[in-house]
Design a protein around this ligand. Structure first.
Ligand SMILES: [Zn+2]
Length: 293
């Protein structure tokens, strides 16, 4: 090396010294690191795309045979919802869905109403449920419960179940540190429960926007609440029209289904009208209305 340096011209030695001395050495290191990262990420992305293609197609059975069949679907469904505006894909696991055992041979369906209570819509929903003798689950927001305690008490008094939907509809709660998440769920659960004396039992928690994380699942359990998902999403919050909300239930309902409606968070006239049509229809189909088990 020393000999090589000696063979260089004075100008080349100056350039070489500049390259290997601070601050230039840091710039070179930075540049090489950046190139390395770009190449590395590209390779990983291409490799992943290749695997997806293999799993999706039937052209290469020899390769896909070695991969677990569920990889692709699981990856898509478990994608965290963080950062997505508005509706996010719910990460539903089997533990979030069970409503099955009704003790009868009639198929069961559980209706759930999120983001209330609201004075505009919750009373209308309660009136309809009472008219058909249907019990439902209301995933209430803590601040709404504080604002409308009488309405919350009416929900309980009429035999419905309350579910914790956080204090402020915080869809990022599942990404917080464990202790903070614990305090958040404890606060919302206690706030909702304290609307009556003695406190109501709050056995269920539903993540705002379905933004579940394994940690949130865990903390909900530690706080004494079972994660409550859904299997039929009416998308009623997008206000697609009453007919579309009705159709989503008529086409998607199945024995053991958990149906997601909203009685808060925006105009819900379409939801109320859809529920008015769906309650008799579901009864005609032989469905029994239950609370999630
Ligand atoms: Zn919600």
């Amino acid at each position: 090396m020393g000999r090589m340096v000696l063979m260089l011209t004075e100008r080349q030695r100056v350039i070489l010294r500049q390259i290997v001395s601070p601050p230039y050495i840091y710039r070179w290191a930075g540049l090489l690191t950046t190139i390395g990262l770009v190449v590395g990420v590209t390779v990983v992305v291409l490799a992943d795309a290749g695997r997806e293609t293999v799993l999706a197609g039937s052209a290469a059975p020899a390769v896909s045979a070695g991969a677990p069949a569920g990889i692709r679907a699981r990856t898509a469904e478990d994608a965290p919802a963080r950062g997505m505006p508005g509706f996010a894909r719910p990460a539903i696991t089997s533990s979030l869905l069970t409503v099955t055992d009704t003790g009868t041979d009639r198929p069961a369906v559980a209706l759930t109403f999120d983001d209330g209570p609201t004075p505009e819509y919750t009373p209308q929903v309660l009136d309809l449920l009472a008219q058909y003798g249907v019990k439902a689950t209301f995933c209430t927001i803590g601040n709404q419960v504080i604002a409308y305690p009488d309405l919350t008490r009416r929900i309980l008094a009429e035999g419905h179940r309350l579910c914790d939907h956080t204090m402020t509809h915080d869809a990022t709660v599942g990404f917080n540190a464990h202790d903070l998440m614990s305090r958040q769920l404890g606060t919302s659960k206690d706030t909702i429960a304290a609307v009556v004396d003695p406190p109501a039992t709050i056995d269920y928690f539903r993540a705002p926007e379905g933004a579940w994380t394994p940690a949130l699942d865990q903390v909900a359990a530690e706080t004494g609440m079972r994660p409550l998902g859904w299997s039929v999403d009416t998308l009623d919050w997008t206000q697609p029209g009453t007919a579309a909300i009705v159709a989503s239930v008529q086409q998607g309902v199945h024995p053991g289904a958990v149906v997601l409606f909203h009685d808060g968070g925006g105009p819900r006239d379409q939801t109320v009208e859809a529920v008015r049509q769906l309650l008799p229809w579901l009864q005609e189909q032989g469905y029994q209305f239950v609370l999630p088990s």
